[in-house]
Ligand binder design. Structure first.
Ligand code: GLU
Length: 280
């Protein structure tokens, strides 16, 4: 098996130390394997926050760090047809339903519920639109009501049966298909969404090892479910620790002082920066 990894930043800012660790982990895993490949993918579907200057800025940051990628970077914005095809497949299986809820309506519904369904980061979608009848769905779509598409994760999990994934740090993990609730497959505004796009692209780029921060561990449960439904191969995972600031907070794009560009300007040598990040 060829080890193929990817670094998948969103071009919504320059890279910071957290990204440097993510990129180093993916890069090293590929470079340590004979014939391994390290790919770069721009997760640029997040509409208004994406800025053209950041594609080049990110490439510059990676090259300065000495983390050279193979081939031409993939942009998710060029892949909408593939995401639509995957969504169509899930719709044809009867596993995707339109969701007309606004954020406010979801909040109100959750507040009304005696026990709101919980995910790792708080309440998950309460399932309001799952209960709509076919006629109402059709009428509202025909009337032009804005809608997202969600996975009907209960029946989806019944179809796949129990799944697992293997993580190089955490071992074999049993998939909890309902962990994130009925995830969004296509957002109202952009016609696709992170979970679906990442699964479709990892398969199409033949990524053997998906490396990413521990904050995305819960997403992997949903990703394995989607992979099984769509008949896509199962990658090996490596969820690495997150880089935190001196207060123990996760780094965000706004932590400009910790940006790679700022450190470069301050005269920091790239190899010592990468070393100081410590083990994955
Ligand atoms: N685009 C995501 C990020 O910037 C990474 C996605 C992934 O590795 O699955 O954190």
């Amino acid at each position: 098996m060829i080890v193929r990894t990817r670094f998948a930043p969103s071009p919504t800012g320059r890279l910071h130390l957290g990204h440097a660790l993510a990129a180093r982990v993916a890069h090293d895993l590929a470079r340590e394997a004979p014939g391994g490949e390290f790919l770069l993918r721009f997760e640029d579907i997040d509409g208004p926050r994406v800025r053209e200057e950041f594609y080049q800025g990110i490439e510059e940051d990676l090259l300065w760090l000495g983390l050279r990628w193979d081939g031409v970077p993939l942009r998710q914005t060029t892949r909408t047809a593939a995401y639509e095809a995957a969504l169509d497949e899930l719709r044809a299986m009867g596993l995707a339903y339109p969701c007309f809820c606004t954020r406010r309506e979801i909040q109100a519904e959750l507040a009304r519920m005696a026990s709101a369904p919980q995910g790792p980061e708080g309440p998950v979608y309460p399932g309001t639109c799952r209960k709509l009848g076919e006629d109402e769905r059709r009428a509202r779509i025909l009337a032009g009501d804005a809608h997202a598409w969600r996975l009907d994760s209960g029946p989806a999990a019944q179809i796949t049966g129990q799944l697992t994934f293997r993580d190089l740090r955490h071992g074999v993990i049993d998939v909890r298909p309902l962990l994130l609730g009925d995830i969004v497959l296509a957002r109202k505004d952009i016609g696709t969404a992170y979970h679906l796009a990442v699964v479709v692209d990892d398969a199409s780029q033949e990524i053997s090892h998906v490396t990413r921060g521990e904050d995305l561990l819960s997403s992997t449960h949903a990703h394995r479910l989607l992979q099984a439904l769509l008949g896509l191969p199962e990658p090996v995972y490596l969820h690495h620790r997150l880089v935190t600031d001196e207060l123990g907070h996760r780094l965000a794009k706004r932590s400009d002082s910790l940006s790679i560009a700022a450190m470069r300007e301050a005269g920091k040598p790239p190899h010592s920066l990468l070393e100081e990040l410590g083990p994955a």
